[in-house]
Design a protein around this ligand. Structure first.
Ligand code: AMP
Length: 282
């Protein structure tokens, strides 16, 4: 496995693979890789001849008061995980390689990006769409892999690929959790032991809501109220949102039917803003 930092190096490697008739999978990440990322790489390795993992903490998707500077980074550990999982190449560019002086072109989306995380992170999805588009143009993968952990991001990327006629298959991968239920996240490292315990309100409320829906509850307000009550009982938790939406529009729904996304964002102890969700087809 090789680690490269320039766009030209990626293009040269991919060109050589294409000459051999090989297929290419891409797993975009911000690094500090864990089992959640590994599940995406495993899937990519199983479906493609070569797999590129991008490790790039994309400044454009962070707001001015967010955690860009403190976001955890460990390229050596990431390289070990990628190599063991069978990836062929890590693309680890500096921000200047991706955004050179005078950069002024963006990929923007309306609708889907104006709910959930888009409300409290107004520049986030413009940054995501722009960087994912750039990575697609650089790597030209056959398939790209995204986690359901970031369900809105997955929906946004699928929509972008459809709207802009990109010839890339988007593969969604299930949420990987810690043994006690907490969804794995690079941001979990921000949590003190007390907050780590408190963070379990996220998965607990998601599991409870999922059971309510499985047991036949169709009133979204009732499910959201039960989730809010559970989360608000934890003193360290502050709700950003608790929502049930149509996964194709990200619009809030009153009656639970069709393809739904139940998603939450909760700040824990002022240390980390965490997200969790479940999707269902009713
Ligand atoms: P990130 O490095 O946080 O930007 O994540 C890179 C990719 O890994 C995204 O597509 C995420 O949805 C996915 N991912 C992160 N955590 C998990 C998880 N716990 N389970 C599944 N996928 C995940």
């Amino acid at each position: 496995m090789e680690i490269v930092s320039t766009i030209k190096e990626v293009r040269d490697r991919v060109k050589a693979w294409r000459k051999e008739g090989l297929t290419v999978g891409l797993v975009p990440t911000m690094g500090y890789l864990h089992e959640g990322h590994k599940s995406l790489i495993d899937k990519a390795v199983s479906q493609n001849d070569r797999v590129v993992v991008s490790v790039f903490v994309n400044p454009m998707q962070f707001g001015p008061t967010e955690d860009l500077a403190s976001y955890p980074r460990d390229l050596d550990a990431d390289a070990k995980l990628c190599e063991a999982a069978g990836a062929s190449l890590i693309f680890h560019p500096e921000p200047e390689e991706m955004y050179d002086e005078g950069f002024c072109s963006f990929v923007d989306m309306t609708g889907l990006t104006e709910a959930l995380c888009g409300l409290s992170r107004p520049v986030h999805f413009r940054g995501v769409c722009t960087v994912v588009n750039k990575l697609f143009n650089i790597v030209t993968p056959d398939r790209a892999y995204f986690g359901e952990k970031d369900a809105q991001q997955l929906a946004v990327v699928k929509r972008m690929v459809k709207d802009l006629n990109m010839d890339i298959e988007i593969v969604g991968c299930p949420i990987i959790r810690e043994a006690d239920g907490l969804a794995k996240s690079s941001r979990n490292t921000y949590l003190s032991p007390k907050s780590r315990e408190a963070a379990l309100v996220l998965s607990r409320s998601i599991f409870m809501a999922k059971k309510m829906v499985e047991d036949g509850e169709r009133d979204a307000a009732k499910v959201k109220k039960a989730m809010r009550d559970l989360i608000e009982a934890e003193p360290l938790a502050t709700i950003d949102y608790v929502e049930i939406v149509d996964v194709n529009t990200m619009k809030s729904i009153d009656t639970i039917k069709g393809e739904i996304l139940c998603a939450i964002a909760v700040n824990i102890g002022g240390e980390a803003r965490l997200i969790d969700n479940f999707m269902a087809t009713i």
